[in-house]
Design a protein around this ligand. Structure first.
Ligand SMILES: Cc1cc2nc3c(=O)[nH]c(=O)nc-3n(C[C@H](O)[C@H](O)[C@H](O)COP(=O)(O)OP(=O)(O)OC[C@H]3O[C@@H](n4cnc5c(N)ncnc54)[C@H](O)[C@@H]3O)c2cc1C
Length: 768
């Protein structure tokens, strides 16, 4: 499914990268973010280079393994280099190889960094900064003179020479970022700028940091006017790691779904021991998968981007759950196994209190924490427990109660009628029958598949508005690209599927574009469902979309507002699952400031949005945006004073019984994410997720393999439907609409569009 929150976040990320942010960020801080981001991009290049050298062919499992090996290999090589050398940059012997600080994936890779990848003009180089005793090192890029490689690469369009899937991507991205960095640093990087950077990271006063480099065997102090050397030691910096805020009480996480679990793991990995999770249900996996779905529900997006470990660079993409293959589109039960497996692996069980309903969270009178009132779930008059917390990170979920709808004449209807979610449907009732599926959201799409799998005669999807839904390959593509997929390319790709059902997706109510279709902005009040079956069923006439509304039911069907009489034997109400307004009350939420309850950095609340509102698309899955949100909220638990930097600029949202404030809107999330750019190291960490998404998607679903899997599934449905007598040979079998060449074309175009945008941006800056 496509989740607005994530799309917004990626859209926002794009805005930030493209330098369109309106906030005043000190120059040196901006450089720092950008430069870390470059490191990340380079880190993600490792798999590709390893493939090249190893001669592994594109696609297939070999590629996935090579991708993993490449990254690990790069890390190992660097470590070996460090270990064999055993000396710091000034020739002093270090007790141990320097530890990296901050972004492990990015920084571990520094030994492999290729300098000077750029499309036009100046290049960058890499500066290694060591702490006082040379046990830690951070790496930043720096503006400098044109390197040899850069001269070779100068003016070369990065994508043209490469044909293999994915090969061109990073060249384009690196080009863009380098050019952006150059725009920020008109001259070469001097000592004061690097001191500022280190200061913004460590919070040590820049004046108290002195950089020294080596000339021959002698350490030499870098003067203020000096262009910074490639290896420097920061005297005055004992460690690059900022100490985390310590607390008297536990850090409490509310909810043990995908979001809550990611947050708990992050807290543990950052060294926090005193964590408690309070969960109303009796198992891991969340209300979405434990309650709302049914045993036929499958993950619509790909599993490579949907696992609890997704946000952690050192954790490989989940391949196996409880001894079984973690399939590309796992069933509900496989997903629940994945959640349980992750809980065991990260030892979440001992810190989680199940069957515990949080009634309310209120600040303690002395201001030193929060009182959390709980009751045993299902026994609201049972004896509760008071939990005292120093910080409360809530992930209560947005899909809580199904929307209710009643039509006149329901009692007269002779057929089967049920709500489509919360395991309420007996799908056996649909065999051989005509079904009206009322609504056109993500769960409707899921029900088209389930009904077809239960051999229904025909599904009539009836809706007030025909929303867009995604398809497997386009979902994969947004998860694979590091930069967001522009809406116009997304729609072009979608149209390949929509052609099968004779619908022009550019004409959909939710799409804004221009005459040339040079952009597409999608705005709809429901997330994208992701499906291929909907289209295949539409092609064969097993599914039809009717834009209309039921006026009343009769004994054998429905009368519509547009005057149609439709005969049917089954009606499923798929009119949406809504957030719970009681959650605002439970949290004591009067005003959501960014992601924070009443602007309190130690009380956050996060969940999916209920909409699509984007012009560039970064992911259809919850995994990537959830990982970012989990990181952001944890950041302010570790460094609460940083909140003051963004407090004044964070947007505010008040709720209503219909629209509780804890569920974000697009207009709230966009500016919220842009504020994180004001904290350079956080912004740098946020930027890691693009590379991470690509790396994990690539490791689990290499393009060739993924498209082959989609095609095989497509053909299997055709075979099955023929076998079941649901379709015949009167229509030619439609070939799977997507090929690798097509997908490669969209990858190249996406890269080229971002490069061109960056070039235009650069030109504007140069003119200014
Ligand atoms: C049928 C279905 C299919 C989906 N398919 C996809 C897909 O293909 N791809 C995708 O990316 N996403 C999909 N999603 C979206 C899914 O909701 C998210 O991916 C994710 O699982 C949401 O996790 P969460 O932690 O935010 O919320 P939840 O899973 O809802 O978990 C929140 C938890 O908080 C607990 N809680 C709430 N209030 C309290 C309280 N007061 N006290 C104690 N505990 C409390 C709840 O019991 C619940 O377990 C799907 C959702 C559904 C329902």
């Amino acid at each position: 499914m496509s989740f607005l929150s994530l799309e917004v976040s990626h859209y926002l990320r794009h805005l930030l990268l493209a330098g369109l942010t309106a906030f005043a960020v000190p120059e040196s801080m901006k450089i720092f973010c950008e430069l870390h981001l470059k490191e990340t991009v380079r880190a993600a290049r490792a798999p590709r280079r390893a493939r090249g050298k190893g001669g592994v062919k594109a696609g297939g499992c070999g590629e996935a393994e090579a991708a993993e090996e490449g990254l690990q290999g790069a890390v190992k090589k660097h470590q070996t280099h460090q270990a064999s050398d055993g000396k710091g940059p000034l020739g002093r012997s270090s007790k141990a190889a320097p530890k990296t600080a901050g972004l492990s994936t990015a920084l571990n890779y520094r030994g492999q960094v290729e300098t000077g990848i750029i499309t036009s003009g100046k290049a960058t180089r890499v500066v290694e900064i060591y702490n006082e005793d040379e046990t830690e090192c951070i790496t930043i890029g720096a503006s400098g003179c044109l390197g040899r490689r850069a001269q070779r690469a100068k003016g070369t369009p990065p994508s043209s020479s490469r044909s293999r899937l994915g090969q061109t991507r990073l060249f384009a991205v690196a080009g863009q970022l380098d050019s952006r960095a150059r725009a920020e640093v008109p001259g070469s990087t001097r000592t004061p700028e690097v001191r500022e950077i280190v200061s913004s990271f460590t919070k040590i006063d820049a004046d108290k940091i002195q950089l020294i480099s080596k000339v021959g065997v002698f350490p030499v102090k870098q003067r203020l006017s000096d262009e910074v050397a490639s290896k420097v030691v920061a005297i005055g910096v004992k460690s690059f790691n900022r100490p985390h805020q310590k607390y008297d009480h536990s850090v409490v996480v509310i909810g043990a779904g995908l979001g809550g679990m990611q947050t708990m793991i992050g807290l543990m990995q950052s060294g926090r021991k005193d964590i408690v999770c309070l969960e109303r249900l009796s198992s891991f996996g969340g209300h979405s998968w434990l309650v709302v779905s049914n045993k036929y529900t499958k993950l619509q997006t790909e599993s490579g981007n949907y696992h609890v470990d997704f946000g952690f660079p050192d954790e490989p993409a989940t391949n196996e759950v409880e001894g079984d293959l973690y399939k590309t589109w796992p069933t509900r039960d496989q997903l629940l196994k994945m959640f349980r497996d992750a809980a065991r692996k990260h030892n979440l069980g001992p810190v989680t209190k199940f069957n515990t309903n949080v009634e309310k969270v209120r600040p303690l009178p002395d201001g030193n924490g929060y009182a959390i009132y709980t009751t045993p779930y299902g026994q609201e008059d049972g004896e509760g427990e008071l939990v005292v917390a120093s910080a409360v990170l809530a992930w209560p979920g947005n899909l809580c109660n199904h929307r209710e709808i009643e039509w006149p004449g329901e009692d007269d209807f002779d057929g089967y009628i049920a709500y489509a979610s919360f395991s309420k449907v007996d799908y056996r009732q649909a065999e051989g029958k005509v079904c009206i599926l009322y609504g056109h959201g993500a769960f409707t799409i899921e029900n088209v598949r389930t009904l077809c799998e239960h051999k229904c005669k025909k599904v009539i999807v009836m809706c007030r508005k025909r929303n867009l839904c995604g398809m497997r390959v386009m979902s994969w593509l947004v998860g694979y690209l590091e930069m967001p997929l522009p809406g116009n390319i997304l729609l072009e790709g979608m149209q390949k599927m929509y052609d099968l059902v004779g619908f022009d997706c550019w004409s959909a109510h939710c799409v804004k574009t221009d005459d040339k279709r040079s952009f597409a902005h999608v705005s709809q009040k429901t997330a994208f469902g992701v499906t291929d079956v909907y289209f295949l069923a539409g092609y064969y006439g097993l599914m039809e979309v009717l834009v209309d509304e039921i006026k009343r039911l009769t004994t054998n069907g429905a009368q519509t507002k547009k005057g149609k009489k439709i005969k049917c034997e089954v009606i499923l109400k798929a009119v949406g699952v809504m957030p719970d307004p009681a959650i605002d009350k439970m949290l004591g939420l009067k005003e959501l400031v960014g992601l924070w309850v009443n602007g309190d950095p130690l009380r956050s609340v996060c969940c999916n949005g209920m909409f699509v509102e984007a012009q560039n698309f970064g992911s259809f899955a919850s995994g990537p945006p959830f990982a970012q949100l989990a990181r952001v909220t944890r950041w302010f638990v570790d460094y609460p004073t940083d909140f003051e930097t963004i407090r004044g600029t964070l947007p505010k949202l008040t709720g209503s019984p219909e629209k509780p404030a804890y569920v974000p809107t697009a207009t709230h999330m966009l500016p919220t994410f842009s504020c994180f750019n004001l904290i350079p190291m956080l912004a740098a960490e946020m930027a890691v997720y693009g590379a991470l998404k690509h790396t994990k998607q690539m490791a689990r679903h290499p393009p060739k393999q993924y498209i082959a899997e989609c095609r095989a599934e497509w053909e299997a449905y055709i075979r099955q439907w023929k076998k079941d007598g649901m379709i015949d040979d009167s229509k030619p079998e439609p070939p799977y609409p997507y090929t690798e060449t097509m997908v490669q074309g969209w990858i190249d175009r996406t890269n080229m569009e971002w490069m061109q945008k960056a070039a235009r941006q650069q030109q504007r800056l140069a003119q200014a």
